[in-house]
Design a protein around this ligand. Structure first.
Ligand code: ADP
Ligand code: GLC
Length: 483
């Protein structure tokens, strides 16, 4: 089985969120099962710098509105072979993969990710310029979601296609006038195809034409088939429910391992949890929080957006701080959200702290140094931080939605008794419900035996990629058209 894993980000080369983590770890887990998975990724400026020994493998002539490009090959993350789409006019620039340094979307994203999709499809066709041809093209999110459409309309398509939805809130909706420049056939622009309220929807193209659709947790797979979490695509998803599977993400248990984490001052495991105190102290020092070992410290590492419920934390903060508890908030977002988080920290010096920025080692320190981890997401396709936090003995407090439902077991007398409790869930995305759950967590924190049990239950869970890899392999088997 040969699979081309087409993605717009992959840790550690380029990451803005969970998709980067998935693309940095799942392909290696699949290769460990004997599947020949290779990545396709744009050669952004930082990728070119990191993989400077890439070799040219093929050239792709200009077509429709796309400039000419080259395909390079290099060893990617964890030794996974990586095809780099090299097109300097589109990808060799400063700034992020989707946005410029000021946070505005690149004006030519439709062409940039249209080309990535087109090349993904091309590699699955008989006319591919490479001698390695995949049985399955596995697309991820809107940035590669036109590939199933190109494959469907190509005369020489050989590969099947799979789309994984990591977040339905981002759909890649672009003006209808781009149909020509994107090299899409006019007959794809229908309601049964990629047309969405008069525009082109990248993601809808994949939902219409992919052979299989997956998303990153079973609960989210159900939620997106109706309003409000279907974000306008609930009808299409419900109509294709036979092709839709929810597979909970795993985590990279080598990178996220409290016993071998180079980013934290004190390594620890389930039997040495007392060492967590040194990490808490380091976190308090780093962020300017009062050094108070006995006050529970709640951490959060997140994009500061409505999805993640940062506004709920800000609203509940003054009561949370009075429990008493401390808050450590790390993240980036729109100016308004960042300012609100900064203001919170300013109003409660020593008790609430903010770090605005993307800082991977600090994310590890928060996981290790906090006592609780907050994830009040309004929706969460999978979520990774709640899994990291369980592995770090830092019980998560989560809104019961999406992957958070599937990966956290609420603390209650029964779940404590049968050894399954790992965190705290609340039912409504409101500040009061969040506060109530944090209050329950702080109560448990004050009962050391209960707290140790919660920590150890979470640390004992298997969140590795193995189980997910088995399920993806089954999806590939189902769709691959083999000669
Ligand atoms: P999403 O992809 O929706 O943002 P996930 O929970 O799947 O949410 O993954 C987010 C990933 O990005 C996690 O690995 C998290 O630690 C990381 N992350 C988010 N914000 C930051 C930040 N400011 N600094 C460091 N890591 C961050
Ligand atoms: C998205 C989702 C997140 C998920 C990640 C990786 O960004 O918001 O829940 O964990 O993708 O699949």
């Amino acid at each position: 089985m040969r699979v081309l894993f087409a993605t717009s980000e992959a840790t550690p080369l380029v990451k803005t969120g969970g998709l980067g983590d998935v693309a940095g770890a799942l392909p290696a887990a699949l290769r460990a099962r004997g599947i020949d998975v290779r990545l396709l990724l744009p050669r952004y400026r930082q990728v070119g710098a990191a993989l400077d020994r890439a070799r040219e493998r093929a050239s792709v002539p200009a077509l429709a509105g796309f400039p000419a490009a080259r395909i390079l090959e290099a060893k990617g993350p964890r030794g996974v072979p990586c095809y780099l789409l090299d097109c300097p006019v589109l990808f060799d620039r400063d700034g992020g993969p989707y946005q410029d340094a000021a946070g505005a979307d690149w004006h030519d994203n439709a062409v940039r990710f249209g080309l990535l999709s087109r090349v993904a499809a091309l590699l699955g066709c008989a006319g591919s310029p490479l001698d390695w041809r995949p049985d399955v093209v596995h697309c991820n999110d809107w940035q590669t979601a036109l590939a199933p459409a190109y494959l469907r309309f190509a005369a020489d398509a050989r590969a099947a296609s799979v789309i994984t939805i990591h977040n339905l809130a981002f759909q890649g909706i672009v003006p209808a006038g781009l149909i020509g420049p994107l090299g899409l056939p006019a007959e794809s622009f229908t309601i049964a195809g990629l047309e969405y309220h008069g525009s082109i929807s990248f993601l809808k193209a994949a939902l219409a034409y992919a052979d299989a659709i997956t998303t990153v947790s079973p609960t989210y797979a159900r939620e997106i088939q109706s309003e409000p979490l279907g974000f306008g695509l609930q009808g299409v998803l419900a109509a294709r429910s036979d092709a839709l599977t929810g597979i909970l993400n795993g985590i990279d248990t080598d990178v996220w391992d409290p016993e071998r984490d180079a980013s934290i001052p004190a390594a620890y495991g389930p039997d040495t949890l007392e060492r967590k105190a040194a990490n808490k102290r380091a976190l308090q020092e780093r962020l300017g929080l009062a050094i108070e070992p006995a006050v529970p410290l709640a951490g959060m590492v997140s994009r500061f957006t409505d999805q993640k419920g940062i506004d709920l934390v800000i609203e509940a903060a003054r009561w949370i701080l009075r429990l008493p508890a401390q808050l450590a908030l790390v993240g980036t977002g729109a100016r308004e959200q960042e300012d609100a988080v900064r203001a919170l920290a300013r109003h409660h010096p020593g008790r609430a702290a903010a770090f605005i920025g993307f800082d991977e080692p600090l994310a590890h320190l928060v996981e290790a140094g906090a006592d609780l981890f907050l994830m009040p997401s309004r929706f969460e396709p999978s979520g990774l931080n709640q899994m990291y936090s369980q592995r770090y003995g830092t019980p998560p407090v989560v809104h019961a939605t999406g992957g958070l439902v599937d990966s956290v077991v609420d603390c209650a007398p029964e779940t404590l008794a049968d050894g399954t409790a790992t965190g705290f869930k609340f039912a409504a995305p409101t500040a009061i419900a969040l506060l109530d759950a944090v209050d329950r967590a702080v109560g448990a924190y004050r009962a050391p035996a209960t707290w140790r049990a919660l920590q150890r239950n979470g640390m004992a869970r298997d969140f590795s990629w193995g189980p997910a890899a088995v399920r993806y392999a089954a999806v590939y088997e189902r769709v691959a058209r083999r000669p």
